[in-house]
Design a protein around this ligand. Sequence first.
Ligand SMILES: Nc1ncnc2c1ncn2[C@@H]1O[C@H](COP(=O)(O)OP(=O)(O)O)[C@@H](O)[C@H]1O
Ligand SMILES: [Mg+2]
Length: 313
Amino acid sequence: MQPTTGPAISLRGLTKTFGDFTAVDGIDLDVPRGQIFGFLGPNGSGKTTTIRMLTGTLRPKSGTAEVLGVDVVRHPERVKRRIGYMSQKFALFEDMTVDENLKFYAGVYDLDPATFAAQREYVLRMADLVGREDELTSNLSVGWRQRLALGAATIHEPELLFLDEPTSGVDPVARRQFWDLLYDLASRGVTLFVTTHYMDEASHCNRLAFIYRGRIIADGSPAEIRADHMEQRILDITTPDADAVLEWLEKADGVDEAYLSGASLHAVVPTGSPLTEAGLRERLAAAGHVGVEVTEVDPTIEDVFVNLVARQR
Ligand SMILES: Nc1ncnc2c1ncn2[C@@H]1O[C@H](COP(=O)(O)OP(=O)(O)O)[C@@H](O)[C@H]1O
Ligand SMILES: [Mg+2]
C-alpha cells in the first residue's frame, strides 16, 4: 500500500541546472493534501522546470523530491498513474475530435471500458462539452480546449494534479469558470498544484509559494504572506483613462511602483511618504487627468508579490 497521509509533495534542496545556469535553486516546499496550492512567479522563474522534476520527466541536479510519498527522483514510474499533468501547451490533438482525445488519454492510462465510460461522462459534463463529442478540437475556443485538457488530465482520477499555467491566454470569464472547476476537484479530495503568472489568481489558492529566479521568496497562506511581507502603502486609483494614468504614475516622483490591479490601478508609495489621496488626485488633475478617484487600501497578495519582485531587482 502507498502511504495516504503526510504531505502530497515534499521537496528539500531541489536544484536544476542547465549548463552553468541554475533554473531551480535549492527549493524546500511542503504541499498539504486536498488543497489548492498556488506556485506563482513571473515568466522564466522556474515553475515549469519544477513541475517537470515533480512529474518525473526531468532529473534534478541535487536535492530530494517526494510526491505522494514516493521518491520521484529514483522511482518516477511508481507515481505516474496517481498524478495528472496539464501542461502549458494543453497537449491535445487538434486534428482529433473531443471524444478521440479522451480515448487517447484513457488508452495512455489503460483504463478499463467501464471506468472510461463513467469518467468520459463526468468529463463531458464538467467541461460543458455534452453534444460536442464529435467536434474537432481545433474548432473549439481556447476556453473549451482548456476544459477539455483538464478533462483529459483527470480521466484516470489522479490524486494529485499538476496544472502548468492552465489559464494562460484565456479571457477573464473563462478563467473564473475554470477556477470553479478546480474548486470542485479540490472538494473531491484532489490535491492541485497550479502555476500561474497571473498574480490575481493567488486569492483562489489555500496556500502559495512565490518563486523568483529559481528561489522561493515567500510562502504560506495568503493571509500569512500579506502579514509577513508588506511594508509599503497602496493607493488605489480608478480612472476612465487607465493607460495614460498608468504611464504618468510610472514616471511620477514619490511612486515606487504602479500597475493594473483588477479594474483599477495601484500606486505603491513608501510607508513614510507624505503623499495623500487628495494630494495624488490634485497632481493627476494638474497633469490633465480628471474624473480620477484615489483611495488608500490594504495591500492584496498581488501587491505583495509585485513589491517582493521589485525589491529583489
Ligand atoms: N531545457 C532547457 N535548457 C536550457 N534552459 C532552460 C531549459 N528549460 C528551461 N530553461 C530556462 O530555465 C529558466 C526557467 O524556465 P521555466 O521553468 O520554463 O520558467 P517558467 O515556467 O517559470 O516560465 C528560464 O530561464 C529558461 O529559459
Ligand atoms: Mg512555464
